[in-house]
Write a protein that binds this ligand. Structure first.
Ligand SMILES: *[C@@H]1O[C@H](CO)[C@@H](O)[C@H](O)[C@H]1NC(C)=O
Ligand SMILES: *[C@@H]1O[C@H](CO)[C@@H](O)[C@H](O)[C@H]1NC(C)=O
Length: 414
């Protein structure tokens, strides 16, 4: 017994001053390994920006956020908790204490939260509330309804459905991101009408029920890419839309009325779908008022485009990666001169980059053979992607910034 005890006592005596200082350290922010370390930190009252935990943190515990951190006492404006919590306890005693809290940025990253319930978080008027990269499977109805964060980020979780009133329905939330979850269903009126940006990419959505985009009259940016949509959901009433990203879905047709009333539209990204009809630009009927509108149809299955009677003023098209009919290409290229992007021109300047298929008459007795060749063509284009790096750099989250494109042409050094 004695000898067993004497070793740690000796160790503690020697290490004591070091332990206190090493537990929390002052860097660009105050960084503490655990909640207890923060409690023992001498300067807690003055800490403004705090990180608790680390990405490699393995000891996760059940935490009552408000009781542990006594937020009403501190001057915290930024709080980041990484890899430290596996469950949140109710905070309802404190729920209304925080209306004037200086906390503006709250992020619980890489914890193991599975379920978000009411009273898990106090009602703090946050600028950013991030629960990215947890294991959230469900958000209870009313759970976040009164949290008036400006930006709510629930990306990288396991959500399958969004129930009515589980998200903030205050009039302050401007951005909601639920990227990279497993969403298949969203109940109508789940999003607040104050929303400017909504990001639902990388989910399993194939349909949006009427009313899901219901009264989002102010919405400027909608991201539905990397889902399983076969048609464009009813976005008609989103008259303020500036950026619409529907890339990487299974879209074949576009309803003629879809964009008809969107006078502010600057970017429609329909790249990486299965559009094959040469009438596509006729269906993409948009008001001709905006200074510039960029339409990306890259990586679809287009062989030709019908441009007859089409107003092309102030429109730019991104068309690479389509299996254009070589016998139509020159005509098409001159008709679209001045409306192509730098990306397209870079591809055409590089003769090693495939841009059309020679559909030799007589060879294609069945349409299925075209389809096979189109798949091979897409593969060939993608294989040559290292020759030209081209894409849309959309200022996500910053809808008010102008849409811009980048195109770096990597010179062939051989
Ligand atoms: C195109 O944009 C310019 C401003 O950049 C504008 O003056 C002109 O009216 C626009 N044209 C059409 C047809 O909308
Ligand atoms: C390609 O264009 C030529 C010339 O207009 C046409 O005869 C041929 O049917 C087209 N092929 C395909 C597969 O669209």
């Amino acid at each position: 017994m004695l000898s067993k005890n004497s070793v740690p006592v000796f160790f503690v005596l020697v290490a004591f001053p070091l332990v206190i200082n090493a537990a929390c350290r002052q860097s660009f922010m105050t960084i503490c390994d655990t909640f207890d370390d923060f409690k023992n930190y001498k300067n807690t009252q003055n800490v403004k920006e705090l990180i608790i935990g680390s990405e490699t943190g393995s000891a996760k515990s059940s935490v009552n956020l408000m009781e542990t951190l006594k937020l009403e006492k501190f001057q915290l404006s930024t709080l980041i908790i990484i890899g430290s919590i596996n469950q949140l306890e109710m905070t309802y005693h404190y729920e209304c204490l925080y209306a004037s809290s200086p906390l503006k940025y709250l992020s619980l990253y890489g914890n193991e939260l599975k379920r978000i319930e009411r009273y898990h978080f106090p009602l703090i008027p946050l600028k950013t509330f991030s629960l990215v990269n947890n294991k959230i499977e469900s958000i209870q109805a009313e759970a976040l309804k009164h949290n008036d964060a400006e930006t709510l980020d629930l990306s990288d979780n396991f959500l399958q459905t969004i129930e009515y009133s589980s998200l903030p329905l205050t009039r302050t939330t401007k951005v909601i991101a639920i990227r990279n979850n497993k969403l298949t269903h969203i109940e109508p009126n789940s999003f607040p009408s104050s929303l400017l940006s909504l990001h639902l990419d990388n989910n399993n959505l194939w349909h949006l029920q009427d009313g899901v985009l219901g009264d989002l009259d102010k919405l400027q940016e909608l991201t539905l890419s990397h889902n399983k949509f076969k048609e464009i959901p009813d976005v008609r009433h989103l008259k303020q839309l500036v950026i619409f990203d529907m890339s990487h879905n299974e879209i074949k047709f576009v309803e003629k009325w879809a964009f008809k009333q969107m006078e502010n539209l600057q970017l429609v990204d329909l790249s990486n779908n299965v559009i094959a009809s040469h009438f596509i630009l006729k269906w993409l009927d948009v008001p001709n008022k905006q200074p510039t509108l960029t339409i990306s149809l890259a990586f679809n299955r287009l062989r030709d485009l019908d441009l007859a009677n089409l107003p092309l003023q102030n429109k730019t098209f991104i068309l690479y990666g389509n299996p254009w009919n070589c016998s139509k290409w020159n005509e098409l290229k001159s008709a679209l001169r001045g409306h192509e992007t730098k990306c397209d021109m870079a591809f055409l300047a590089n003769e090693r980059y495939p841009y059309c298929i020679n559909y030799t008459p007589g060879v294609y007795r069945f349409e299925g053979l075209w389809e096979n060749d189109i798949d091979k063509f897409h593969e060939a284009v993608q294989k040559n992607d290292n020759l030209a790096e081209c894409g849309l750099a959309v200022a996500k989250y910053q809808v008010l910034n102008p849409v811009h494109f980048f195109c770096t042409f990597i010179k062939d050094t051989s």
